[in-house]
Design a protein around this ligand. Structure first.
Ligand SMILES: [Cu+2]
Length: 147
């Protein structure tokens, strides 16, 4: 790359404000909306942002729910009680869960850019919602907020 091209790239980055953010989501026993929650549970981010799940309380994890993400998205699966990070490389809606607390609907939604796959997610999330014993309306509420 010659100097002109390098300068061009640098200027483009400044003008468009390309600077990936890091977003923190806490995994909590008790949050503002009840027991066993991710906070914030609905996050609107940009493609390229990194999300880090932090175990404020122990006994939680964060993992992508298979099939509930944009086509070709990277999956993630955190260990219990450990932080885990994911960079959102594909545009759309991602649904993740805390495996030990799926029955309590300890789930969350990430939106990178526009919620381009929201209709598909709403349809394909039925098997996940069928596992909820408590807080059955949570995921639907989150998906409504993802529009
Ligand atoms: Cu949990």
């Amino acid at each position: 790359m010659n100097l002109k091209v390098l300068l061009g790239v640098a200027l483009t980055c400044m003008v468009t404000g390309i600077s990936a953010e890091e977003i923190i989501i806490e995994m909590k026993n008790v949050g503002a909306e009840g027991a066993m929650v991710f906070e914030p549970a609905v996050v609107k981010a940009e493609v390229g942002d990194t999300v880090t799940f932090v175990p404020t309380d122990m006994g939680h994890n964060s993992e992508l729910v298979a099939g509930l993400a944009p086509q070709g998205a990277d999956s993630w699966k955190g260990e219990l009680g450990q932080p885990v990070s994911v960079t959102l490389k594909k545009e759309g809606v991602y649904v993740y869960q805390c495996l030990p607390h799926t029955i309590m609907a300890m789930v969350g939604v990430l939106v990178a850019g526009q919620p381009t796959n929201l209709d598909v997610i709403m349809k394909d999330s039925a098997p996940l919602k069928a596992k909820f014993v408590m807080n059955k309306e949570r995921l639907d509420n989150y998906l409504q907020q993802s529009k």
